[in-house]
Write a protein that binds this ligand. Structure first.
Ligand code: RIB
Length: 306
């Protein structure tokens, strides 16, 4: 299997389980609280490792206790940490998450050391990136660094997968560096300014990203599945039916399944099925990384639901 490089964010998630989302001025008592390792980059790296792929993480932690704990956690999970930087006099990134009983979440971020993943760090990592076959990135670090990392990956022939989360309008040039872009409905709307509620609307929006240079758009539509859009195809690949309790990191898990499938030589539809199964299982458990399945668990769900 080809090695996967994840370039991205590392957060400590402070997750509070609440009866409903907090209202302005309201003091709300939670029903439980947990501290998890998270961040979209770290989540993707851990999920890839659980699925059995060789994976290298490039990112920044602070020189605090959280950073030290996260570093050890990634090593335990089997992630190659040689591309991690521990930055001085700054806290590690943190995410403050509310989860309601229906499984939906709200997240507020304190960027911390994630803001120090710069273009220079990307350039210093060029040799490490070049030795991989699949490249995954997201939008929780400075945009110039994200683009520089993608440029290095693209020029070295890696398959580049951009998870445009958290979404923000992006410059055209970034899409020409993408083999696959994986927005959910909201992210696709933010990227394009177009409606994405129906499949027809989502296809039209996705086609504008193809026109801006992306080779393929995978619109993640939760339990409904994934709308795959390329220059000459548009298909809905159905998802799996599960009882969701916490959707935190479902998108990260999906992207990991996709990257592992591609690194393992699957065709795109097989890779999307592995991605759908990985994302679905992650919603049936609490937290981000504790929820991520092994390859055997993902394969069992695929076998069970055909
Ligand atoms: O995608 C989920 C992740 O978003 C959380 O782990 C949190 O850290 C934020 O980055």
């Amino acid at each position: 299997m080809k090695k996967i490089c994840v370039f991205g964010s590392l957060n400590i998630d402070m997750t509070l389980f609440v009866p409903h989302f907090n209202l302005p001025g309201e003091t709300l008592t939670g029903t439980g609280m947990s501290i998890f390792t998270g961040g979209k980059g770290g989540n993707q790296a851990v999920a890839c490792a659980r699925l059995g792929a060789p994976v290298k993480m490039i990112g920044c932690l602070g020189d605090d206790a959280n950073g030290a704990m996260y570093y050890e956690k990634l090593k335990e999970e089997g992630v190659d940490v040689s591309g991690l930087k521990v930055c001085r006099d700054i806290t590690s990134g943190m995410a403050f998450i509310e989860v309601v009983p229906e499984g939906e979440n709200r997240i507020a971020l304190a960027v911390g050391a994630n803001g120090l993943l710069t273009e220079e760090v990307a350039r210093e990592s060029a040799a490490a990136i070049a030795e991989c076959g699949v490249y995954m990135t997201q939008l929780e670090n400075p945009l110039e660094a994200i683009i520089e990392g993608m440029r290095i990956a693209h020029e070295n022939g890696l398959t580049v997968v951009l998870d445009p989360a958290p979404a923000r309008p992006l410059p055209d040039g970034i899409f020409a560096l993408c083999d696959v872009v994986t927005p959910n409905e909201t992210e696709l709307n933010i990227l394009t300014g177009m409606p994405t509620d129906t499949l027809e609307e989502a296809e039209a929006a996705a086609r504008t990203l193809l026109a801006r240079g992306a080779k393929m758009v995978l619109n993640k539509r939760g339990a409904a599945g994934v709308l795959l859009v390329t220059a000459d195809a548009c298909r809905l690949i159905p998802g799996f039916k599960v009882n969701a309790v916490d959707t935190t990191a479902a998108g990260d898990s999906f992207n990991a399944g996709l990257a592992v499938g591609l690194a393992d030589g699957m065709d795109i539809e097989q890779a999307i099925r592995l991605a759908n199964a990985t994302g679905a299982i992650s919603t049936t458990r609490l937290g981000a990384q504790p929820a991520m399945p092994t390859r055997a668990q993902a394969e069992a769900l695929m076998a069970e639901q055909g």
